[in-house]
Design a protein around this ligand. Structure first.
Ligand code: THU
Length: 130
């Protein structure tokens, strides 16, 4: 899948977001090392803390289907400001893809490319556990 297709897949997921509280939809498209792409959206909850971000929805869908390695993720929001993944999502992404490429897509279709290592330097991982 091209970068543009991956970004469009993330944008297409915006309409699936369940966001009655924040009204802040986020869409994600996660590419596995096999080339398959798993999608995600944010899913909110009246209890607020059970809310699941778009990125984690995509990771959990993929891992539950047997995929453990990822190459790229596109994350789309409806704002001009790029939506960077939250700290919890950065940690979850690092577990499976420390070398992940992260592509942020804004409401104008502009993109900002980062690495997960830039977003989560000195992250805690299994190497600390001995
Ligand atoms: N959210 C995501 O889905 N991904 C991010 O990268 C940041 C925040 C969601 C969580 C919540 O549903 C809404 O955006 C506002 O925080």
């Amino acid at each position: 899948m091209t970068k543009q297709e991956l970004c469009q897949t993330a944008v297409d997921m915006l309409k699936m977001a369940y966001v009655p509280y924040s009204h802040f939809p986020v869409g994600a498209a996660l590419e596995c090392d096999s080339g398959e792409v798993y999608t995600g959206c944010n899913i909110e909850n009246a209890g607020y803390t059970p809310t699941n971000c778009a990125e984690r929805t995509a990771v959990f869908k993929a891992v539950s289907e047997g995929h453990l390695k990822f190459t790229r993720i596109a994350i789309a929001a409806t704002t001009k400001k790029f939506c960077a993944p939250c700290g919890v999502c950065r940690q979850v992404l690092q577990e499976f893809a420390p070398d992940l490429q992260v592509i942020l897509v804004n409401c104008d279709g502009e993109t900002l490319e980062l690495t997960l290592k830039e977003l989560l330097p000195y992250g805690f991982d299994s190497s600390y556990l001995g």
